[in-house]
Design a binder for this molecule. Structure first.
Ligand SMILES: *Cc1c(COP(=O)(O)O)cnc(C)c1O
Length: 397
């Protein structure tokens, strides 16, 4: 079989073998219900509390400030709905967010709008970075929440989180950040960065799918989305996903232990990809050149369809993405690319490569030449490209 190159780590990552090995005993040996009083249940309970302390330490939180969820989407929903509930009781029904958030955030905000909340979305035009002055100007007397993602899943931009958090602290507004793309990839300190709530998901840092966590600073009252038993201090009912929690904890510690060693190498391969793909005529990098995730490469190519590009790259053994996994399959171009100012046609011709420490220099050279070939091939029979070359329509890139 042809070698496969996985360059879609922003969509999900493979679970590390060491992580799986640590999870296995919790399926068939220490499988007691953590709420049960006999030894097997209590052993599972101890493991969960040990994991909570380790996860808390990894982001400089206190163990009681961490609750386990089914992933990033649930953590985002719970964070936002909790802050909205606090706001509602005080008559504050205004929320500030950004136009480039994940749908787990945007759709939750839309739901709140139907309930009478007002939402201001900060633009992030051009670079894909929120302007702290714009945030300061957007906060009002009745603002109950600011939610801005730590790092974007499509264009990789990393926000000035600690500055945004400081503004919220000063104004007395709760600050939540969807850090699903950042946790395990960047060092995060919730205290130093003035973060009140943070969402994370294990499958984005080589842990298992279906488990994540929400950090909520002591004093920020959570509303539970799932009613039932008293698990997670009554804030998240349901028997705990013990193997998942163990796997997430292991994966996060492994990621952080290797972060200094891996980041430099991943960045240099990212930069090689950016340099190589920039040679393609009428192409443009999306997002800020430097304030981006170590492994994110996002491009637009004029005169092609992203979907066709992906299928042909798949034939060449390359797993990549166009827009986000959630938007692909729909005909609308990515809201993130539109928000940073890409025109509709151009936004359709996008490519995201998200690499990790398993990506090699040979992979980079192979991917660059494959993308160059495929883009040239698609343009060779694209009517849009023909009109551009003939000068019937102007190039925008
Ligand atoms: C993947 C992702 C999510 C959703 O996380 P799940 O664990 O898949 O629910 C939310 N926000 C961002 C930025 C993501 O990349």
């Amino acid at each position: 079989m042809q070698k496969r190159i996985y360059a879609d780590n922003a969509a999900t990552t493979g679970t590390r073998r060491e992580v799986i090995d640590k999870m296995l005993p919790y399926f068939d040996r220490i499988y007691g219900n953590p709420s049960s009083l006999y030894t097997e249940g209590q052993r599972a309970r101890e493991v969960i509390e040990e994991c909570r302390a380790r996860i808390a330490a990894a982001v400089n939180a206190e163990p009681r400030e961490i609750i386990f969820t089914s992933g990033g989407s649930e953590a985002d929903n719970q964070a936002i709905l909790s802050a909205a509930e606090i706001g509602r009781t005080k008559g504050k029904k205004h929320i500030v967010s950004s136009a480039i958030e994940h749908h787990a955030v945007l759709h939750t905000l839309e739901k709140l709008q139907k309930e009478g909340f007002e939402v201001t979305l900060l633009k992030c035009a051009g670079s894909g970075i929120v302007d702290p002055d714009e945030l300061r100007a957007a906060i009002r007397e009745d603002t109950c929440l600011v939610t801005v993602m730590y790092a974007n899943n499509e264009i990789g931009t990393v926000q000035p989180v600690s500055e945004l958090g400081a503004i919220c602290r000063e104004k007395g507004v709760i600050f939540h950040t969807d850090a699903v793309q950042a946790v395990g990839h960047l060092r995060i300190d919730v205290k130093a960065e003035n973060i009140d709530m943070l969402s994370a998901s294990a499958h984005k840092f080589h842990g298992p799918k279906g488990v994540g966590f929400l950090y909520a600073r002591r004093g920020v009252r959570l509303t539970n989305l799932i009613e039932g038993g008293a698990q997670e201090r009554g804030k998240r009912a349901g028997t705990e996903n013990v193997p998942g929690i163990v796997g997430m904890t292991e994966a996060l510690e492994i990621a952080l232990a290797g972060i200094d060693k891996n980041t430099g190498r991943i960045k240099s391969l990212r930069d090689r990809l950016i340099a190589g793909l920039s040679e393609i005529p009428h192409s443009a990098l999306n997002g800020d050149r430097d304030k981006r995730l170590p492994g994110n490469v996002s491009f637009c190519f004029e005169g092609i369809e992203g979907e066709s590009l992906l299928l042909l790259l798949d034939d060449k053994g390359i797993c990549a993405s166009s827009g986000s996994a959630c938007t692909s399959g729909s005909l609308d171009p990515s809201h993130v690319l539109l928000a940073i100012g890409r025109e509709h046609g151009v936004a359709h011709g996008s490519l995201r490569l998200s690499i990790d420490e398993d990506f090699t220099e040979e992979d980079a050279e192979y991917v660059i030449s494959a993308v160059k070939d495929v883009v040239a091939y698609l343009r060779s029979f694209s009517p849009v490209w023909r009109d551009l070359v003939a000068g019937k329509t102007p190039f925008v890139l």
